[in-house]
Design a protein around this ligand. Structure first.
Ligand code: AHN
Ligand code: ZN
Length: 327
């Protein structure tokens, strides 16, 4: 009798122990054969960083919101990173106007030679030229997804790296003046997109600066995003694309990071690849069926915080942290 009870107690203890162990792990939906521990990344914190930017108002060149948000971003990089740089420059836009601009760089382990760049643009578009309502097409946009989502993910990555330093050197770069390209209805020859990235690629924050590779984030807040493999990224840094997508798959994010070619997108990474001594990929939501290839609210007045999904931010953030950990 006593023997049976002892065996029973042991069995219960074993079952409890097993399930307790199991709770510390996550079984990915896509590849249930494996169990992995997700790196710490707080989706709510990333979302709050996105909202904090949109709360300044549209971060359009020449506005007070742009200036105020820039000061706040630089302050956050100074808080979390080992060193931060404020790279000011003057941008001339396609309409002949000039603007005071700034790229912000936050570095972890600035003395390390092996380095990864993580980037996003922090300005927002001055006009909603893709809005379905013609009356809205001159209105500046919040750019919650188009701009702020990538910056929000990277601020949360920086907050996590501050707690848990990576072995590899990391430079977080916030590009200005990405989104002041001509309206859809205009056709102006020249490279009018990615002005901050063009400036930084030609004038790095440190003379002779280089990195092993870079990862750009753009529109990483779309609910159930599809991150197809952007084609300039595949052309210029196919090995980096495959490494990042494989890492996402191992974390159970294969639903988001799909092993299919996506759009051909002239984003900030295009100019880095053109002018800098290293290559950068672009993680960007792509939907061939949406008409524009982007999120349905892209360059409309509805690109606001209500359309940003914290789960998508988390998928991208955990993937980046795992990529850094593996280096
Ligand atoms: C165009 O394809 C016009 N622009 C891609 C870069 C971009 C704009 N990303 C966000 N807004
Ligand atoms: Zn845009």
């Amino acid at each position: 009798m006593l023997k049976i009870r002892t065996v029973f107690v042991f069995l219960i203890a074993a079952v409890l122990l097993f399930s307790a162990c199991d709770r510390t792990k996550k079984t990915p939906k896509d590849n249930p054969q494996t169990t992995v521990t997700l790196p710490a990344f707080d989706n709510d914190s990333a979302y709050a960083f996105v909202k904090a930017q949109t709360d300044f108002g549209p971060r359009v060149l020449g506005t007070e919101a742009h200036e105020n948000c820039g000061n706040w971003l630089l302050g956050k990089l100074r808080e979390y990173c080992d060193t931060a740089y404020n790279q000011t420059f003057t941008a001339r836009t396609y309409d002949g106007k000039t603007w005071p601009c700034a790229n912000f760089i936050g570095s972890f382990g600035p003395e390390k030679t092996k380095r990864i760049v993580l980037a996003a643009h922090w300005d927002s578009r001055p006009f909603a030229d893709h809005d379905p309502l013609p009356a809205n097409r001159e209105t500046p946009i919040d750019g919650a997804n188009d701009g702020a989502s990538g910056v929000g993910v990277l601020l949360e990555v920086a907050r996590q790296l501050h707690e848990n330093h990576p072995n590899v050197g990391v430079d977080i770069v916030f590009f200005d003046a990405e989104d002041y390209g001509p309206r859809e209805s205009e056709s102006v020859p020249g490279d009018w997109w990615g002005l901050g990235a063009q400036y930084w690629a030609k004038n790095p924050h440190i003379q002779g600066y280089t990195a092993n590779y870079g990862i750009l984030l753009d529109m990483v807040g779309t609910p159930n995003a599809q991150f197809m493999q952007e084609q300039f990224s595949l052309r210029d840094a196919g090995d980096v694309v495959r490494k990042v997508w494989a890492t996402a798959y191992e974390l159970g994010h294969g639903q988001y990071f799909q092993n299919k070619p996506g759009g051909v997108i002239t984003d900030d990474h295009y100019y880095v690849n053109k002018y800098a001594p290293f290559k950068m990929i672009d993680i960007i939501h792509y939907d061939a069926a949406s008409g524009t290839g982007f999120d349905p609210v892209w360059h409309t007045v509805n690109d606001n915080i209500q359309h940003v999904d914290r789960n998508t931010l988390g998928v991208v953030g955990t993937t980046l942290l795992q990529v850094l950990k593996n280096e």
